[in-house]
Design a protein around this ligand. Structure first.
Ligand code: GLU
Length: 420
């Protein structure tokens, strides 16, 4: 069976979404096939010296979905559940995201199956450098540019930059984005995804005629995206009442203190046990009444079992692929939830990555205000375009966003033609 290598529920979901949109757009057979399947699927075995003297072999993947509109762009994730099908799905979503935002990139994603919480920093460094070394022949600033994702951060990007630069014999900051500022990372990149989620949430509140001040929020996930979304929304005057992560879920009816929570998590490793908050059930938290519900963790958490019982007005998908297709159908049928689809909602990250890459290529350094203003302009435009599209075609925002992204890629494929 074609694509058997990618036999995985997350890939099935991304492919299912694609098929639905390809039917909607009436894509011709040739373009449809070329848009759907990834160009390159790379698998690496990564032997690493562990601190206790053993050698452990990890598996790492990089999927470069297509290079038709520019280099491949997307994150590298460290997580115990990473597999090639999931990575391929995430790469496909990166395509539509970059295309929707008008960024000159194809989509890519990488992952290493590991639990970063169980690896020391020196083990993580050896693993990251080994991966960077193995993948060096297949990447480059005009081929494939990685960035942080779940379980990785600026330090991992610094190690990739250093390994790649050492191999090529010159300093190549444009090989990764989301790197530390002192290595020519961009101002505003660290909070970019959370900032974009928060900005779009305020735009959705406006559309619904609801005030931003005092709007109630629930956030699932407190990694880079979730934590900066909490901080930015709190700064906007919104009230974040519930937050969960792998350690548990916390609730305060009057709003959780974003600054104190960051300090607590830095000290204890998770949100559990935070002062002046009650501990609640993380699954039940998703069903509580709120203005904005923000899934900011992993895929497939809004399912057909909880979708009928959601009590949010806005679903802001900060994670990639948080809503399954059956849940999507339920939400569409209900018609009472404003969905900000993932490929728009979390596009702040890759958009500022693009700004970082452009600054690197030009050896420029923009201010944080410049970066965040440019980001908001791009998001605003994409948001308004999407609502216009949905209005004209009488469709939901999921279909509208994917259709816009896929349509641009299909047009490029068609115009370039098929070689040989
Ligand atoms: N990992 C992020 C995402 O899923 C950012 C990718 C990037 O900046 O290239 O969109």
């Amino acid at each position: 069976m074609k694509g058997q290598l990618l036999n995985d529920p997350v890939f099935g979901m991304a492919a299912g979404q694609f098929d639905r949109v390809a039917d909607f757009l009436n894509l011709d057979q040739s373009v449809r096939e070329r848009c759907k399947w990834p160009k390159r699927i790379l698998t690496f075995s990564l032997p690493v010296h562990m601190d206790d003297g053993r050698t452990e072999v990890f598996f790492g993947y990089r999927v470069q979905h297509h290079l038709s509109r520019g280099p491949v762009k997307g994150g590298l994730r460290f997580h115990p559940k990473v597999n090639v099908g999931e990575v391929a799905a995430l790469a496909m979503w990166m395509n539509w995201k970059c295309s929707l935002m008008g960024l000159p990139y194809g989509g890519g994603k990488g992952g290493i199956t590991c639990d970063p919480n169980k690896l020391s920093m020196t083990e993580q460094e050896r693993l990251t450098r080994r991966f960077a070394q193995e993948i060096t022949p297949f990447i480059g600033p005009e081929i494939d540019v990685m960035a942080p994702d779940v379980g990785t951060n600026a330090q991992h990007m610094a190690w990739i930059l250093d390994t790649y630069s050492t191999h090529t014999g010159r300093f190549v900051p444009e090989i990764v984005t989301g790197k530390p500022i002192e290595l020519q990372g961009s101002e505003g990149r660290i909070q970019a995804t959370g900032h974009g989620v928060s900005f779009l949430a305020t735009r959705a509140l406006n559309k619904l005629g609801l005030p931003v001040q005092g709007a109630t929020v629930i956030v699932q996930g407190y990694g880079n995206v979730g934590s900066y979304a909490v901080e930015t929304m709190s700064a906007y005057g919104m009230k974040v009442q519930g937050i969960s992560d792998i350690t548990g879920a916390i609730w305060n009816e009057n709003g959780l203190d974003a600054e104190k929570l960051r300090a607590h998590v830095a000290q204890t490793g998770g949100v559990a046990g935070f002062e002046s908050a009650e501990s609640i059930d993380p699954d039940e938290m998703l069903l509580r009444e709120c203005d904005v519900l923000v899934p900011a963790a992993l895929e497939r958490v809004i399912t057909e079992s909880n979708a009928p019982n959601l009590r949010c007005k806005i679903l802001a998908e900060a994670a990639n692929g948080p809503t399954t297709q059956p849940a999507d159908a339920i939400i569409e049928e209900r018609g009472d939830i404003f969905l900000i689809p993932d490929i728009l909602c979390n596009a702040g990250g890759v958009t500022v990555s693009y700004f970082e890459w452009v600054q690197n290529l030009q050896r420029f350094h923009w201010t944080k205000t410049e970066v965040l203003t440019k980001l908001e302009t791009k998001l605003e435009k994409a948001f308004e375009n999407l609502l216009g599209f949905c209005d004209r075609h009488k469709c939901g925002t999921r279909l509208g966003a994917l259709a816009t992204g896929i349509k641009n890629v299909a047009r490029v494929k068609k115009t370039r033609g098929l070689f040989p």
